[in-house]
Design a protein around this ligand. Structure first.
Ligand SMILES: Cc1ncc(COP(=O)(O)OP(=O)(O)O)c(N)n1
Ligand SMILES: Cc1ncsc1CCOP(=O)(O)O
Ligand SMILES: [Mg+2]
Length: 210
């Protein structure tokens, strides 16, 4: 299981694609992880997209649901992504099977260490750079935060990063310590989602093999 290329869906930032269409094209391009993220859909509509994405990702990619443990469990997703203002990791850990993946957004070493102690399976430095894709994300934490978090958490815990990452800065974020990169616009807003995912994944693999 790898977190090399982690694609977060966003219908509003795509050129007319549904979450499931984005997921299908990204998986065809080689995405390792798909996160369903939508702050506006009804539970019924979100569940319908989640079921489609579960089928698309089966045996091909991990499927993570943002924020919503009800949708994640009901759709048999592989895991959930939680932020600092979402349900606490400890509370969700009590609800889910042992192999269920819990990811946590972190903006500091302290949040990363606490997240792992509470039971998170991966940490996401968030946001790495400032981004227009999440207006309330705040200021970028920068490369120093990546390096500090990577040093502070056990090597078995993947450290990914999100926010303003694209083909032009992958090298530096991986050099700083990221195990995988999470993107919205670099894939979802591209004219050819499959090609954008494929190009990014190839670049990540090449950098890691250098
Ligand atoms: C992989 C990944 N990292 C960070 C986030 C952001 O989570 P959060 O801070 O809870 O903000 P919202 O995405 O819920 O607006 C994420 N979703 N995925
Ligand atoms: C969901 C999320 N969480 C922190 S930044 C962000 C948005 C990332 O989008 P982009 O890859 O387009 O900067
Ligand atoms: Mg959240």
């Amino acid at each position: 299981m790898t977190y090399d290329l982690y694609v977060v869906t966003d219908e509003e930032l795509s050129n007319g694609h549904s979450h499931a269409e984005i997921a299908k094209l990204a998986v065809e391009g080689g995405a390792d992880v798909i996160q369903l993220r939508d702050k506006r859909m009804s539970a019924a509509d979100l569940f319908a997209e989640a079921e489609k994405i579960r089928a698309i990702t089966k045996d091909k990619a991990l499927f993570i649901v943002n924020d919503r443990i009800d949708i994640a469990l009901a759709s048999k997703a592989d895991g959930i992504h939680l932020g600092q203002s979402d349900l606490p990791v400890k509370a969700v850990r009590r609800l889910v099977p042992d192999d269920f993946i819990i990811g946590i957004s972190v903006g500091s070493v302290e949040e990363a260490v606490k997240g792992v102690l509470d039971g998170a399976d991966y940490v996401a430095v968030s946001p790495v750079f400032s981004t227009g894709s999440k207006p309330d994300a705040g200021e970028g934490r920068g490369l120093a935060c990546i390096s500090a978090v990577r040093k502070a958490v056990p090597k078995e815990i993947p450290v990914v990063g999100i926010g303003g990452i694209n083909s032009g800065n992958i090298s530096e974020v991986i050099a700083a310590g990221l195990d995988g990169i999470c993107v919205i616009s670099a894939v979802v807003s591209a004219p050819d989602i499959k090609k954008a995912a494929g190009d990014l994944r190839e670049k990540i693999r090449n950098i890691k093999n250098e």
